[in-house]
Ligand binder design. Sequence first.
Ligand code: CTP
Length: 216
Amino acid sequence: MRLLITAGPTREHIDPVRFISNRSTGKMGFALAERAAARGHTVTLIAGPVALATPAAVRRLDVVSAAEMLDAVRAELPAADALIMCAAVADWRPRSIHPVKLKKREMSATLELEPNPDILLTVKPAKEGRLFVGFAAETGDPLAEARRKLESKGLDLMVANDVSQPGAGFATDTNRVTLLAPGAPAERLPLMSKRDVADRILDRLQTLAETEKKRD
Ligand code: CTP
């Protein structure tokens, strides 16, 4: 398969030295890219700002903001069989980016924000026969929220994790996730390395692709 994978956070600049972002390090998305390429898939990895080396045989495109990530996903999607949105896209961005560093005295206590586009929802009309995989990092009730997003974003697979659990979520080498697909029971995986989680996600993706092929 030709896989398009996004990873890492996005960074929404206030001025050239300040930004809004989140705790994503890109480890899960890079593990997916690495394992997918090792299985012989053709992988394009769209990475937000992260400190990770590009896995072997992976084509990497670096982006900074959600708007840039959306442009890259739009440009690459036509050549992909599946999109895995592992990136932690910032939901909001400053209404304007100051071209030069703001002086303390020029700043106010309030930062005006505007919403970023939802990448999955924006590219949904171009989904056609492609498989879409999403991630939901939650601190509340992960399964209910993930099921809601699976449906609202029209996904084939959702990877849910509770980032408040030890060993799961940001900056760790392990993760504890539950895989959700429409009309299928939830598959709760034990705590395992992100590399093994990546393999389980790719197993499910390959099964979904085979089922789609049989249906055609
Ligand atoms: N996502 C996206 N574009 C955004 C935000 C999120 O494509 N602007 C994708 C993520 O990459 C992930 C999925 O949507 O695969 C769920 O992300 P999440 O941040 O949990 O969802 P939100 O819709 O932002 O929901 P909320 O903030 O209400 O929890």
